[in-house]
Design a binder for this molecule. Structure first.
Ligand code: ADP
Length: 258
């Protein structure tokens, strides 16, 4: 089976006045269709670089980035990207923001409105379609950005710390809503986070990276069923997974049982 995303021997080096920065070094990763993977690791380990290579916003120094078997040569409508900053047009309402990309693609007004309303409802913003971004909280703005990305019907959603600016409680409800949306739509998802809990809660695989040079050091399967629930967060299995990811990020060895 062809992977939805294939990273083959990818390195990305930056030439700077202080020498070469090996942002990513010989990285291999396959992401299957419909997977939800999270990327974790300390700042500077190359998470954003890897995501931007998948998005086609950067090109590798060496190696290949393939999406559905085709080399990535630039950004495309098959990949939706969501950043930490909400990037909504402040003068457009929530629905107009979601409709924007659909209008650019030539979708007729009535259909556009219907599609936008559907995705706003999916992210719990059905009653806020007419609100301007300044009338929405941070979490609501990010939900709107997620609705906009989904409305464009990409095969892949690439998310770079989308909940990084939100408070802990909002973050938890955003995680649940994102998973509900993902389960309905089953797009392949790649999600960067610093938060070990978030990494485990969302993913079916957690990819742990380390810096200098940026490499994948561990891939941790999360064998918890979807839908994920609040009880799961409190389960011993979740605690074990969280501990494994934490040790991976902090380079701590597994405890010995002796
Ligand atoms: P992360 O997302 O894990 O914090 P990044 O992918 O942003 O890591 O960065 C990886 C490394 O590459 C860091 O050391 C960073 O300083 C470096 N880097 C990223 N972008 C550039 C750039 N445009 N020029 C030079 N170095 C860069």
């Amino acid at each position: 089976m062809t992977a939805m995303i294939s990273i083959r021997g990818v390195s990305k080096h930056y030439e700077t006045s202080r020498g070469t920065v090996r942002s990513l070094d010989d990285v291999d990763l396959d992401v299957a269709d419909g997977e939800f993977i999270t990327l974790v690791g300390p700042s500077g380990c190359g998470k954003s670089t890897l995501l931007n290579l998948m998005a086609g916003l950067l090109m590798p120094t060496e190696g290949d980035v393939l999406v559905a078997g085709q080399p990535v040569t630039g950004p495309g409508p098959d990949r939706g990207v969501i950043f930490q900053q909400y990037a909504l047009f402040p003068w457009l309402t929530a629905r107009q923001n979601v409709e924007f990309g659909l209008r650019v693609r030539g979708m007729k007004k009535a259909e556009r409105e219907q599609v936008a309303q559907h995705y706003l409802e999916l992210v719990g913003l059905g009653d806020f379609a007419g609100a301007l971004p300044k009338e929405l909280s941070g979490g609501m703005k990010q939900r709107c950005a997620i609705a906009r990305a989904y409305a464009a019907q990409p095969s892949i959603l690439l998310m770079d710390e989308p909940f990084g600016a939100l408070d802990a409680l909002t973050r938890v409800s955003m995680q649940e809503n994102l998973l509900e949306t993902w389960q309905q739509e089953r797009r392949t998802a790649v999600f960067i986070t610093h938060d070990v809990d978030e990494a485990v809660f969302l993913a079916n695989r957690v990819i742990v990276m380390s810096p200098r040079p940026g490499r994948i050091t561990e891939v941790i399967d999360v064998p918890l069923a979807y839908p994920r629930t609040e009880e799961m967060r409190l389960s011993p299995e979740f605690a074990d997974l969280r501990a494994r990811v934490w040790r991976g990020v902090h380079h701590q060895p597994e405890p010995t049982t002796a």
